[in-house]
Design a protein around this ligand. Structure first.
Ligand code: ADP
Ligand code: MG
Length: 682
């Protein structure tokens, strides 16, 4: 049999069992994997004048060899190879450690270039790489640096790539259709692979990367879209046949009229529920836009159709709050629901699990407790995750797998810039609530310095006087001098002393027992506490419309998205609300953040700014976000390419020619062959 690009790396003569294993650990199984294992950075190895070189700098020196190479050994398995090179009339001592095999290449009288680390005092160079003579083989001006591990050195990887490329480059598949290659002026894939490993100029490296990134995005988008198309076409998934009249009656029984945006997303979701197609939808809406009620309507529809549903949230506080507000809506109706969290009593839990398994319960609301092994449903048809960005990919998948292809709705306020969401969640349908309920007065945000402590307390008091409540947020609970962070307990005590018998202050933090937390939250909701001093445990989802003031200490320690989430705890009713940021920012970004917060309350604008200030990794907490991990492409830096790839992929997948034309055979095969891209999501 002839060789193929999918041959295992062990076909290379220098790859034995051990090396193969080391490569496998890096995710390298086939020759194609090896050739696609690109350097993650390059050392620019320009030649430099001796006088310009700084101590310990990495440079390339070129000169004439004026001595034989001498090998000396020290210790077992250690050796040193030394020789002298005349560069610009100066004699430079060159030393390579443990590379005695280079000896034969060092010939007195010949010209040679060496890349290494400069020692200014000794006028010597510790060799990293021998570049050979100017006329000979490898004289890259960039050193490729690879991701390696304990069992394999990055130099070994480079050598393997160097060996494999000439033998296999003709077999490297071209996946991007040729018309697109032309349209975007992309080099061939095999040329790009070469340019990634062995660039000799910035330009070559740039062109190589462009092609690699485009292909990566294009294939990814194509997979998403074909998967989506298959799902839609297959028509599997449950039909949730609710009674439209009863759903309408339920909606009109709500204490308020839905906003236009809410009506639109309800329609989108309910249409999905009714269809045999399996729903896979992201519901995005800024904090306070009213996502809970949309979820409630979907849950009602499911229960009306006798299908079970689950609502998963990241914190117990939030689970309890949802339970409470949904009970109010559902109680007069025939919806049976239960709350399942980590602090549900064993006895009660047992009953809930039984009722879930034999179908006595319609709706279960809970935390991670919902995804325990022993939780079974009789017919789980709808899964909703609130604050979905707080869950790992696996957690969401486990819950989904408890049903048979249930409809899935993810809700999030994480302001991912709209365009980015649509592009990266390309296989999901996206519903957006882009409107706040009527009568909301924009939250007034101010930034003040910690020295104005008294003034801040006086301000809070004016709000309390008219019957409103306030939150005071501190970043951490334990005293940590190094971080100079306010201690929540400390603030709690100061506030208690200040307001003394006039107002009640409560304290909430992550180290408290769940029952204690619940109790405090309850008291705050019932307006028995006027002020709640809390750590960020309060951040997601909490809804107490009578609270109108939010004070955030050390506000510069938070990212914009988190500040926005925190601020979103107020401004939920009809009263004028305030957010006071207390901070002494030391960095430029800190100051910038405070300013932006006082200028806008639009979550999408903030998300874009956050992105600018922090970069994608930080914003999404990368792995947690459910966003895909690309090898070379960067969803922020290469956004233009991502968007272009998405458009082209969409066009191609919907082109009837795609399923018929021979020229797409290889691509079609690739899409069927590969595992579904669902591993990135769900
Ligand atoms: P979020 O989208 O942040 O989860 P919530 O669902 O908690 O927001 O809703 C915020 C507040 O707005 C709640 O008090 C809720 O009852 C109220 N609300 C939701 N929809 C409307 C509406 N259409 N009209 C008036 N108030 C609404
Ligand atoms: Mg919410």
């Amino acid at each position: 049999m002839g060789k193929t690009i999918y041959d295992p790396v062990s076909v290379l003569p220098s790859v034995g069992h051990k090396r193969q294993e080391a490569l496998n650990q890096l995710g390298i199984f086939t020759i194609l994997d090896l050739l696609s294992h690109f350097p993650f950075r390059y050392e620019d190895i320009k030649e430099k004048n001796l006088l310009e070189i700084e101590d310990q700098e990495k440079v390339t020196l070129k000169g004439n060899v004026v001595s034989e190479a001498v090998i000396s050994r020290f210790g077992p398995k250690k050796n040193r190879l030394s020789f002298r090179l005349v560069v610009d009339h100066a004699v430079i001592a060159i030393t390579f450690f443990n590379q005695s095999y280079l000896k034969s290449k060092i010939i007195a009288g010949e010209e040679l270039a060496v890349f290494g680390k400069w020692d200014a005092k000794r006028k010597s160079l510790t060799g990293i790489k021998l570049l050979g003579t100017s006329s000979s083989d490898q004289t890259n001006s960039f050193e490729s640096i690879y991701k390696a591990n304990k069992s394999i050195k990055q130099k070994t990887i480079f050598d393997l790539v160097k060996k494999a490329y000439p033998e296999y480059y003709k077999l490297i598949p071209e996946n991007v259709p040729s018309d697109l290659k032309k349209k975007y002026r992309l080099v061939s894939h095999s040329e790009a692979v070469y340019g990634m490993h062995f660039p000799t100029s910035q330009e070559q490296s740039k062109q190589a990367r462009r092609e690699i990134v485009f292909e990566e995005f294009f294939l990814y988008q194509l997979k998403l879209q074909s998967l989506r198309k298959k799902q839609k076409a297959a028509g599997y998934g449950l039909q949730i046949k609710y009674d439209v009249k009863e759903l309408r009656r339920f909606i009109s029984s709500l204490p308020f009229e839905l906003t236009t945006a809410q009506k639109r997303v309800v329609n989108e979701i309910c249409t999905d529920l009714k269809e045999p197609m399996h729903m896979h939808r992201l519901l995005q809406g800024d904090v306070g836009s009213g996502k809970t009620i949309v979820a409630a309507i979907a849950l009602f529809a499911a229960s009306n159709a006798n299908v079970q549903s689950a609502l998963m949230v990241p914190t117990e506080i939030l689970a309890e709050q949802h339970m409470e507000s949904l009970s109010e809506l559902f109680n007069p109706l025939d919806v049976r629901m239960a709350l399942l969290t980590g602090s549900t009593k064993t006895k009660e839990r047992k009953v809930i699990l039984e009722e879930l398994a034999n179908g006595l319960l319609d709706v279960v609301i809970g935390t991670h407790a919902l995804i325990q092994k022993d939780v079974y449903f009789s017919q789980l048809g709808l899964v909703i995750t609130d604050e979905q960005h707080r869950f790992g990919v696996n957690q969401r998948k486990i819950l989904r797998d408890k049903g048979k292809e249930p409809d899935v709705l993810f809700m999030t306020a994480t302001p991912i810039p709209r365009t980015l969401a649509i592009t990266t969640y390309g296989e999901m349908d996206v519903s957006i609530i882009d409107e706040l309920p009527a009568g909301r007065i924009p939250i007034e945000t101010t930034w003040t310095r910690p020295k104005n402590f008294e003034l801040t307390l006086e301000f809070i008091e004016r709000q309390l006087k008219v019957g409103s409540q306030a939150y005071v947020i501190c970043p951490l609970i334990e005293e940590s001098e190094s971080l100079d962070v306010k201690n929540a307990t400390d603030i709690y005590e100061k506030l208690s002393a200040y307001y003394a018998s006039r107002y009640n202050v409560g304290l909430l933090h992550g180290k408290m027992k769940p029952t204690e937390k619940e109790q405090i939250m309850h008291q705050f909701k019932e307006n028995k506490l006027d002020i709640l001093v809390s750590t960020t445990v309060i951040e997601v989802g909490v809804n107490v419309p009578n609270a109108t003031t939010m004070v955030i200490y050390d506000a510069d320690r938070f990212g914009l998205s988190q500040l926005h989430q925190l601020r979103g705890r107020v401004g939920r009713g009809h009263k004028e609300s305030y957010c006071i940021l207390v901070a002494n920012p030391k960095s430029e970004t800190g100051i910038e953040r405070m300013k932006i917060m006082t200028e806008t309350v639009d979550g999408f604008v903030l998300s874009e700014k956050d992105l600018e200030l922090r970069g994608a990794g930080d914003l999404f907490g990368s792995k947690q976000s459910g966003l895909p991990d690309f090898k070379v492409g960067d969803i922020i830096g290469d956004f233009g390419a991502l968007e272009a790839a998405r458009q082209e992929a969409t066009e191609l997948i919907n082109d009837p020619d795609f399923m018929l034309n021979e020229k797409y055979f290889q691509l079609r095969q690739l899409l069927d062959m590969e595992k579904s891209s669902e591993q990135h999501f769900n």
